[in-house]
Design a protein around this ligand. Sequence first.
Ligand SMILES: C[S@@+](CC[C@H](N)C(=O)[O-])C[C@H]1O[C@@H](n2cnc3c(N)ncnc32)[C@H](O)[C@@H]1O
Length: 338
Amino acid sequence: MQKLLFSDEVEMPKAVNVASVPQLSPFRYPGGKTWFVPRLREWLSSQPRKPKKLIEPFAGGGIVSLTSVSENLVEAAHLVEIDREIAAVWETLVGGNAEWLASRILSFDMTKDNAIEALSLKRKSSREVAFQTIIKNRTFHGGILAAGSGFLKNGEAGKGILSRWYPTTLARRIRNIDLIRARLSFECRDAFEVLKEHKNDEDSVFFIDPPYTAGGKKAGSRLYTHFQLNHERLFSICSELAGDFIMTYDNASEVKDLARDYGFQAKPIPMKNTHHAAMTELVIGRDLEWMKGINRVLEEQVTYPAKCREKGKKTRPIKAVNSRHKGSVHIQGSLPSK
Ligand SMILES: C[S@@+](CC[C@H](N)C(=O)[O-])C[C@H]1O[C@@H](n2cnc3c(N)ncnc32)[C@H](O)[C@@H]1O
């Protein structure tokens, strides 16, 4: 019997209940990583020293940066996001306009007509774009800002667009971000450029959460305006980073292939999607020993079909070494000789 190279049949802890994690972001972000926070703490605490900087090149709602700084797991965080609308929110918060945004939200009378009017404003400053982004994120289906999205119809308990509009909570989160602003920085840029610029930073760590579109998968393309990405290039840049990094990805065969090619470890982690269905994502990094209790997806040992040996064929030992990179995956076992 052939043992799978990539076995997902592993003991799995339960998915994290996101209600147990402090919600620090003003966004309800599609693909948000609130559920990952307990593992984030483990990862950052396992570093030999407190990292000077966490770099989050696909920041989205930024929960990873906000948690890392708020809980003093890193000294500072640098968020990067290419989407102009999301960037406007981060620029407003990091640029000292948090109080303006909090007050704007608190004084807004949320009705569908008022939301349409606020969104139709054409000439606008960056902080007004930020306000529009928050309105869309909180009143559009699934928090999705990408083209094709629109107002929630029924929402929670038939409350329509009001079902996710919590002005007091939003204002509190925004004011709390203002308190840690000095330790946050933001750039509206391409993640690849920023990763390259920081590739020699030994004191930085990288949390990398790209849109999930590897292998032509659709998930990321529905959710984000910017979803096209050269995933192989991302893996390649990661292999050059001097600082530690982790990536999170959908549990797809193309992703596992890339992880294997680049000699990275990959472990499945349970989560619940927006429809509360249990599923797994992958955490990928150079060394995931800090992720206790979860086995690696990339099996170290592989057995080849007994049939070949029965026929008395000679075998040649195999060692799967990645030709392109430093890392290698050693597969113990043997293949039939050519
Ligand atoms: C999976 S989401 C990140 C979610 C985030 N980790 C959170 O918890 O909210 C991916 C994000 O990457 C952004 N993005 C896509 N391509 C990018 C690029 N080339 N550079 C920077 N950001 C990019 C998308 O706009 C999207 O916000």
